[in-house]
Design a protein around this ligand. Structure first.
Ligand SMILES: NC(=O)c1ccc[n+]([C@@H]2O[C@H](COP(=O)([O-])OP(=O)(O)OC[C@H]3O[C@@H](n4cnc5c(N)ncnc54)[C@H](OP(=O)(O)O)[C@@H]3O)[C@@H](O)[C@H]2O)c1
Length: 319
């Protein structure tokens, strides 16, 4: 079968289509014929080589954490009735840019009704991360939320969940008025520029930050007393080394800062939230945003679009 590997760390052109043996489902596994692969921000970070020292990422790694498709075979001890079922799965540490994947049967989620595989990979992980990030921030109905870096797949889901969760205001940072309008359609009430300037409320109870980078501490000033900032992503790089000192400079506001990783959430809890989101999407209550669907062979182009900041929502590959 075809797969896409990171042959050389660095530019998108370091991705290469290769032939690998088709997997055979082992005891307790199912084989999925992949129809949609979600391209995550983390895939491009791994490809750049920035994480080479962490988690054992090496050249030759096959990226991709989230796929959806149809079960075509089952291993020993697995209910044969699962064959033919349309499912979504989080593959974990990569391995998703492939035509077929074998995963433990207890890690698949059935897709409701006719929810397209492309939609499932647009909301599966990103919706789950958004849900638990808001929970980590102790977000409550009636509170105001600022989503920094709202145009990506996690931000889009955070905007929708905050609005549906009864936020009094949902402000977003984004680089263009056009994206701002699209975010308003998804539930944003205020559109700010990347530095947080614009017509928003004077302060926020919660900031969900997907961007980080050197500007991150300036968003402490956007929080109300007792406000909470949760750092979810590092799209603009790590926060500056003195961010703790900057937090202490706001001491009298009793602010809280927390990092959030979905790795800290037990797998069954993650799956339960994704199942809920798939149901909501099938009913039209949550809107998956698929930027573009490209064939697996065009993984280089997909990564270039990600690197160029062109993607609003999720870019999806199909084998
Ligand atoms: N915490 C977790 O469990 C978890 C799980 C999965 C992924 N992640 C992390 O989440 C991040 C990817 O999330 P994503 O795919 O939703 O994001 P994304 O699409 O990569 O980026 C989100 C938005 O940030 C804005 N942005 C980009 N560069 C910026 C800059 N220099 N300054 C300000 N804004 C900038 C862009 O929107 P505009 O152009 O409109 O400003 C972009 O659309 C990665 O850091 C990944 O590691 C975290």
């Amino acid at each position: 079968m075809r797969a896409v590997e990171i042959r050389t760390f660095g530019a998108p052109e370091g991705l290469a289509v290769i032939d690998v043996p088709s997997p055979v489902p082992a005891e307790g596994e199912v084989l999925i014929d992949v129809e949609a692969i979600g391209v995550g921000g983390v895939d491009t970070v791994i490809r750049s080589g920035a994480l080479a020292g962490l988690g054992g990422f090496q050249e030759g790694f096959i990226p991709g954490n989230e796929v959806a498709g149809t079960v075509t075979a089952v291993g020993g001890g697995v209910d044969p009735a699962l064959a033919g079922r349309r499912v979504w799965t989080f593959t974990g540490e990569g391995g998703g840019y492939v035509e077929q994947v074998a995963v433990p049967a207890d890690r698949i989620l059935p897709l409701p009704g006719d929810l397209p595989a492309t939609d499932a990979v647009a909301i599966g992980t990103s919706g789950m991360v958004a849900h638990f990030a808001l929970a980590h921030a102790h977000f409550a109905p009636g509170e105001s939320v600022l989503v920094r870096g709202a145009a990506g797949s996690i931000g889009i889901m955070t905007v929708q969940l905050a609005a549906q969760g009864g936020a009094s205001a949902v402000a977003v940072t984004t680089s263009s008025a056009e994206r701002g309008e699209r975010l308003r359609e998804l539930g944003a009430t205020h559109v700010l520029d990347r530095s947080g300037e614009g017509d928003g409320p004077p302060g926020y109870d919660v900031v969900i930050d997907i961007v980080s980078g050197v500007d991150m501490p300036s968003f402490f000033d956007r929080l109300k007393p007792n406000g909470r900032m949760v750092l979810v992503g590092v799209v603009a790089g790590m926060p500056p080394a003195d961010f703790g000192a900057k937090l202490m400079a706001t001491f009298r506001k009793s602010l809280s800062f927390a990092a959030f990783s979905a790795d800290s959430i037990p797998e069954p809890d993650r799956r339960a939230v994704s199942a809920e989101h798939f149901g909501a999407a099938a009913r039209g209550g949550l809107r998956p945003v698929v930027h573009e669907v490209l064939p697996l062979e065009k993984a280089v182009l997909a990564h270039r679009k990600m690197d160029d900041g062109e993607v609003f929502g999720r870019i999806v590959l199909t084998p």
